[in-house]
Structure formats: structure tokens, C-alpha cells
Design a protein around this ligand. Sequence first.
Ligand code: ADP
Length: 742
Amino acid sequence: MAAHSRPRIAVMTSGGDAQGMNAALRAVVRTALSSGADVFAIYEGYKGMVSGGDYIRKMEWGDVGGILQRGGTVIGTARSLEFRERGGRLQAARNLIEHEIDKLVVIGGDGSLTGANLFRQEWNSLLAELVETGIVEKAMAERHPALSMVGMVGSIDNDMFGTDMTIGADTALHRITEALDAIASTAASHQRTFVVEVMGRNCGYLALMSAIAGGADWVLIPEMPPEKEHWEQQMCDVLEGGRKAGRRDSIVIVAEGARDWSGNPITVEHVQRVLEERLGEDTRVTILGHVQRGGAPSAFDRTMSTQLGHAAVRTLLDDAPSEEPLLIGIHENRVTKTPLMHCVEQTHAVADAIQQHDYERAMDLRGSSFRDTFRILRTLTRVLPHPPRPGQRRLRLAILHGGGPAPGMNTVVRVAVRLGIDQGHLVFGVRNGFQGLMDGDMIEMDWMSVSGWATMGGAELGVSRKVPTNQDLDTIAQRLAEYQIDGLMMIGGWSGYQSTYRLHSMRLCYPALDIPIICLPATINNNLPGSELSIGADTALNSIVLAVDKIKQSAVASRRCFVVEVMGRECGYLALMGGLATGAERVYLPEHGIRLSTLQSDLENLIQGFRSGKRLGLLIRNERANALYTSSFICALLEEEGGNLFDVRQSVLGHIQQGGDPTPFDRILATRLAARGLEFLIEKAGSRVSESAFVGLRSGKVQFFDLGRLPEMIDEKHRRPREQWWLNFVPIAQLMAHPDRP
Ligand code: ADP
């Protein structure tokens, strides 16, 4: 057989299926092709690698079209006993070498990745045996002296060291959260208690995060068992306390691997029995099971997997062959490469620590944000109205929104109100933003006033885009003095940040304004400084993705091009990430504007595409990408120039992007920022320090920025932050859309 000059890569999915595997597969195939490599898919995991033949198929650009929105994996996955034996792996080596494949991308769990590493280590000896038995020519074996390999973790459990998120975990959280929301409404109607079991093997990630997202009352996870003694009584006390405070639904979440301090499994049945016997409550059990694996992948699973798949191929093709195979993961919002076997070892170390009842170590291995979230949840579940502690000043804190509504705003208010009341402070809710503040439209919030807000979209306190003028500050100062407000929490977007900055900069003129202020980023536009993501952006992105999935489906039978207009004001985040997650062939961003030459080349691409059999075109345009080249203009242009070849439809998604219940990610972000933001406010107000800040998530960590730094961190004219990390995705989005446009 002749030697192939192009590199040859194979990609496979193995182990449990996970949503987002298809996006990773698509990215691997398209990145390989546009890098001049040949790429093969191995169907049915190691079973296919051992069987060979039709299980190993060369992939072309179009073979991975239309799969982004599909759950599971389109190339199948299977368990293979044969691959666990050397004989099976010998067969697998023969099948790869026949195709001259010596680069491998494996998407699977720790079992699959361990198997791949073993295979890689044995590669030489397997080839030697194949040469010796005359199955493979010596020259052929010599051309492929090593098997390079990279791994990506596909697992809904988020149980792997070396990546902050595994492919599929975010979507599983979506499914769990949807189920919990449904359960909560029936539980509240009947004043029932539900005990819900979620998946995760040795990992409590899904249980912990869904407990935060669902506003659950108690959670049991493998890494940190409940108190050594009498945990059942403690759980009952907390649930009873909640009932006394007026709570109608009670939910306990149990991770499937939950255990007590002695290592005995804690089952849902046990929890149910305890609650029925001790509280006399009607208690129901729900085991979510495989529902958690179902459904379409979330926006995050699509964009992250695309990013990882792209990086996997670039690593195989660009990097010098590494001694060790690498795991391509994500850490602090950036792609990382970590020695694979180190990751597998550390993953097993967590399981071992749990087995040896060394729970502190298990928590350490999970990382600081896991621990931080656990601490917040623990505090939240124990929170109840309390009188102020002896000798402690009772602070008067006000909470308000600024800017448009964003899903997750209510979640923040609930956490801040309850944590504030728990510490004995008074918390006032200001209705309708800064306008309400001027009107003195405030009410004292009590513990039950935010009941059910953890999961509720919209903004119950009301919003307004009013930015106070210098004249208004007089009135605001009067109101703050009247209510003796010691600290202010603003949860909102651009105009909210502007308003608080104005208050802060005039604090020396008005004593009542000389109080600490904390701003929390909440806007679907994701256009705020100091935070890579704002509360609400993930929900809006998922709404866009769901809507575009449906729009695409509506066109299966016709040759049609859609121009979809999304929100974002002067920030292209939603447009770009929406395009990446739905496979748009062109995204128009305000950061780059629109040129006539771009429109012309897009038109030519469409004409060419439809001529060669394409059925669907998708262009996503940010609402402010260009003032004159509007969505209607682009539609008219394409319609006219496309002639009979295709027709064009416009879809302006509008306010569905601001609505909807917050996604799990937004609820968790809201909870973390609310807890940390309130801590800041209480600390500063308690010590009468008028320091003010905006808080956000940067590199996966909660960070505070002095409010005085706002002007230097923004591009005032375009109303967006100077730093826009996600613009790094532009080349990947372009590459995924067109082979010839690197
Ligand atoms: P996961 O990858 O999700 O952890 P499994 O542990 O079931 O799932 O592994 C999937 C497949 O990977 C197995 O069916 C087997 O073929 C292969 N595999 C797993 N562990 C090994 C191993 N130690 N050696 C060889 N192959 C393995």
C-alpha cells in the first residue's frame, strides 16, 4: 500500500453517552479536514475498533452536518470486553494500521481513556507481533512507530480530574433542574416532601449543583457525608424549621453514591422512612435515572465541546509528539492540556479517599469552587430568620435592580434576603430600580417574601432603565437617609452600573450616598466589566439555541436561508455563541460591523452551497451589528440575488431571550455572587467603610473590583467591556462553518 502524505486521525466515542459528544465529533472532523488531515470515525467505540471493516469510516465535511442539536453520540458507543484483552487490542491495532491511522482522539470516561493509554503503550509490541505473523508489512509498521493520542472526557457525572466540566454534565444539570422544578410545584401544592436521587457515581457534583439550582432543603453527597452522629435528626430539624417558616415544599437530594461517615450507603428509601417516621410527612421518592442522559445538549455543552474538539486536533497535529497522552479539558474558562494518566490517577484518588473515609481529602481533590459551593449550600439550607446577635448592629440594607430584566435576578434577591435576615439584618427591596428608589418605593422583605424565587425567571422587584441625573441624586440621598440605609446591592446591567457609579462618585457631596455599594452583573447581553459571564446570559443563549433548533427543523423540506436576529445591544456575545452552538455559517457582530464585501461573499457562499445540494442556510445577526445593513436589508438582498435557488426568511427572536426560568448555570452563578456580594456589603457596612465594588466571575473565581475603576474597564461609547474573552471563539466559529475560510 502506498504511504499517505496527509496525517490520518481517528475519532471515537466510548463508555457512557453524553450530550455534547456530537459537537466534539463535528469539531474534530472539521478541524482535521481544514488542517489538511484525513479523518476517520470509529463507530461503536472499542467494539468497532476491534471489529474494523465498516466500523471505521472516512468522514467528510457534510457527514457531521446537522448533528449539533442531537443528544448522545451519532457514531455510537459500546462496551467491549475484547478490548480489555491483548488479543482484542492486537486486532484493533491491525485495523488502525490498515488505514494508516496513527493519531487517535478518544471521547469517553476514565475507563475508555485508561484503555486507550494502555493501547498506546502497547502499540510497538502489537505492531511487532503483526509484522512477525506476516499480517502487516515491516515498512508499514516503520512508518507508524508511535500512536499519538489525546482524550476528552465525555461523562454526565463531572467526575474527572483535569477538567472543570466534562462533556454532558451541564446538560444533565438542565434535565435534573427541569425535573426538580416540576417536582417542586406538585410538592408545594400538597405540602409534600420529595426525596430525589440523582446520578453521579462517586461524584456529588450533579447533586450539589442541582440542590443549589433547585433551592433544595438538604443534600447528601459522597465526598462529604452528613454529621457523624444524629444526622437524620439534624436533617429533620432543618426541614421542620423550613415548614415553620412557611415553606410549602421540601426537597432532599441524594447522590446515588451518598454515604454516612462509616461509609454505609445512604439510600433514598432510608431518607424517606426517616422523614415519614419522625416528621409524619407524606414523603415521595423520585429516582431520576436515565432521564438525566436525555434530550438535546445545552448551549454550553455544544460550545465547550466544539472548543475541546478543535484543540484536540490542533494538539495532535501541531505539538511535538508527547511522551504522555494529554487530556484536553477546560479550567478556569480556558482550554487546558494535562497528562492524561495523572488525571485518571487523581480521579481514582477521590474514589479511594471516599473509600477510606478521608472526606477532607476527597473535598480537596474536587477543588476550591466545589468546596465553596458546598459551604454556600450548607449555609443556605440552615438559614432561618434570626434576631440580631447580641452586641451586633442591625444593618439596613437595600436591594434594587438597574437595567432590563435578566433571568436569575430573583435567585440573587432570594439568597441575599435570606442570608441577610439570617444574620439579623433588615433587608429592603426597592421596586422598579432607581426610579423606585427616588419614589421611596421600598418594602422590608421577610423570609417568605422570596419563597420560590430561586427558580423563577423575570424580576419580581421590577426593573427600570432610569439612570439618575445629578439633580435626581438629591432625592435619592433623601430617600436613603429617610430609610437609614447602610448599604446598597444593585443587581443589573449597563445602566445599573452607570447609576451606581454616579452615586459613588458623588458620595462626598451627600453624606447619605457615602455608603458601600455592591454591583452584581445581571444582563443577558453579557456586556459588563469584571465578569466573564453575567447572570442571565446563559439562559438567553439557551433560549436562542432552542429557538434556532426549531427554526432549522421547520425548513427540512425546502431550500431556505434564515436570517436570525438576536439581542445583545453593542455586544456580540449572544450572536457568536448562539452561532457556534447552532452551526450558523455566518455571525454578524457589532464588534466587527458588516461590510458590503462580506455580504457579497456570504451571498456567493450561499449560492454555491445551495447549488451543490445544501438545504438550509443560517445567518445570525446581532441587533446592532450595523445600523443600515439591517436584518430586513440582508434578507431582501439575499432573496433578490438568490433568485429561485433558495428562499429567505427573517426571524427576530425578540423578548423570548429575556424571559424563561434561569438555567442551572445562571442559578448557581446568581447564588455564588449573591452570597459573596452580601458578605462584602455586610462587612463594609458593619465597619462603616464606604468601599464600593462590582463583583464577577473571572477565570472561574469570584473577584471584586473597585467601583471607581469602572471607566477604565469599559468602552463607554460602545457600552461594552474592554476585555471580551469570547472573541477568541471567532476563528473557531468560522472554521466550523466553512472549510476554506480559516
Ligand atoms: P467509561 O469510559 O465511561 O469509564 P467504561 O469503564 O465502561 O466506561 O469503559 C468503556 C470501554 O473502555 C470498556 O468497555 C473497555 O472496552 C474499555 N476499557 C475500560 N477500561 C479498560 C482497561 N483498563 N483496559 C482496556 N480497556 C478498557
